[in-house]
Design a protein around this ligand. Structure first.
Ligand SMILES: Cc1cc2nc3c(=O)[nH]c(=O)nc-3n(C[C@H](O)[C@H](O)[C@H](O)COP(=O)(O)OP(=O)(O)OC[C@H]3O[C@@H](n4cnc5c(N)ncnc54)[C@H](O)[C@@H]3O)c2cc1C
Length: 333
């Protein structure tokens, strides 16, 4: 890793807080050196100019100047403290299953929490602590095998615990927030907080943690006892429903739009407007589920954005409903 490669690609250093340093180029090089040092000291993997597309389920997105991938929960606080002291404001990436990232990438460093996986820990019978990178469907199955129920609805939601808590992922009337009792957060300045969840912390596909801008490090779930065999059958029902109704073998970011609070779902509105199969470049409204955009191979963020705008415009014109994006869009501006 050489300093010039970072300096050449580090528009991200635009996120550096202004200092009195005389020369912007020198400042970038100093930050580059200090970032390498920080990653080394904390023991965290750092990839410079890393493409984000392979880290998303939609396979779209340009590079970040610095991709930082902690593998242990105890590395995150010193990492974020260090980034803050360098004046850098990173973004958080989980399993990338609800993200549409600009083809030009993002100027900020990205901290990926997907490797923060360790065996879930039972805390007094019906409480389980789990770290941010644990895969939601894997965790659901782990719970079922331990005779704990509550999260069966999450079978097949391909996110990480960090993303699922932040997004309050849900399906079939269930949602992650309903079972979360404590969230361990690291704020962007490196402050750690053990937050006891209040009912108002979660709403439809939203959480207070997202508006705080904090990184979700771990979560504690409160579950009920259940019969593993019966729960296993419930999982199979949900799994087969997904197989029949969603384009699971294709590259997508799940539902693009939030369901309106009343009336037909976003997918049903899009379908009624005759938009299934509509294409922009290589992005397509899935013929299987109208609220999914699939990447037919080489789709760009511009293709997907154009399709999103077209759907919004058509649905509003034909039904009067203005759809809102559920997918998180990382743009360059
Ligand atoms: C085929 C398919 C089916 C899906 N079905 C459903 C469904 O039924 N219900 C549903 O709700 N969703 C669904 N999704 C969307 C997605 O799986 C969920 O939103 C999931 O919870 C996102 O988790 P993630 O780890 O992939 O987050 P990412 O996509 O990586 O990130 C999403 C947001 O969460 C933030 N984030 C990620 N990790 C952290 C962290 N550790 N701390 C703080 N913020 C973080 C990111 O900054 C970003 O803003 C589906 C997606 C696909 C591809």
């Amino acid at each position: 890793m050489s300093a010039p490669s970072w300096a050449a690609t580090a528009q991200g250093l635009g996120t550096t807080r202004p200092t009195r340093s005389a020369h912007a180029g020198e400042e970038k090089l100093v930050t580059h050196e200090r970032l390498l040092e920080l990653a080394r000291d904390v023991g965290v993997g750092l990839q410079e100019n890393a493409s984000l597309a392979p880290l998303t389920r939609l396979s779209i997105g340009g590079p970040t100047p610095a991709l930082l991938t902690p593998q242990r929960v105890d590395q995150v606080q010193p990492l974020l403290r260090g980034l803050h002291s360098l004046g850098l404001s990173p973004r958080w990436l989980g399993a990338g299953s609800n993200l549409l990232i600009d083809d030009r990438g993002v100027p900020e460093p990205v901290v990926c929490t997907a490797r923060l996986r360790r065996e879930p820990q039972l805390e007094g019978g019906d409480r389980v602590r789990v770290s941010a990178g644990t895969a939601l469907p894997g965790f659901t199955r782990w719970l079922v095998s331990h005779g704990l129920c509550g999260l069966e609805f999450a079978e097949g939601i391909p996110g990480s615990i960090g993303g699922a808590v932040t997004m309050n992922a849900g399906a079939f009337e269930g949602s992650v927030g309903k079972h979360t009792v404590r969230v361990i957060l690291i704020h962007p300045d490196g402050r750690k907080q053990e937050h006891d969840v209040q009912p108002e912390d979660f709403s439809y596909r939203r959480s207070v943690f997202s508006s705080m801008g904090a990184l979700v490090l771990e979560a504690v779930f409160l579950l009920k006892e259940g019969d593993p065999e019966e729960l296993g059958r419930t999982l199979e029902t949900y799994r087969s429903h997904r197989r029949q109704t969603q384009p699971l073998s294709e590259e997508s970011a799940g539902c693009i739009f939030r369901n309106p609070l009343e009336g037909p779902s976003a997918g049903s509105l899009i379908d009624r407007c005759g938009l299934k199969g509509r294409r922009r470049g290589n992005a397509e409204i899935s013929p299987v589920h109208a609220n999914f955009i699939v990447n037919r191979g080489g789709a760009t963020s511009a293709d997907a954005r154009a399709l999103i705008e077209e759907v919004k415009e058509q649905v509003q014109r034909q039904t009067g409903v203005l759809l809102q994006e559920e997918v998180r869009v990382w743009s360059r501006s």
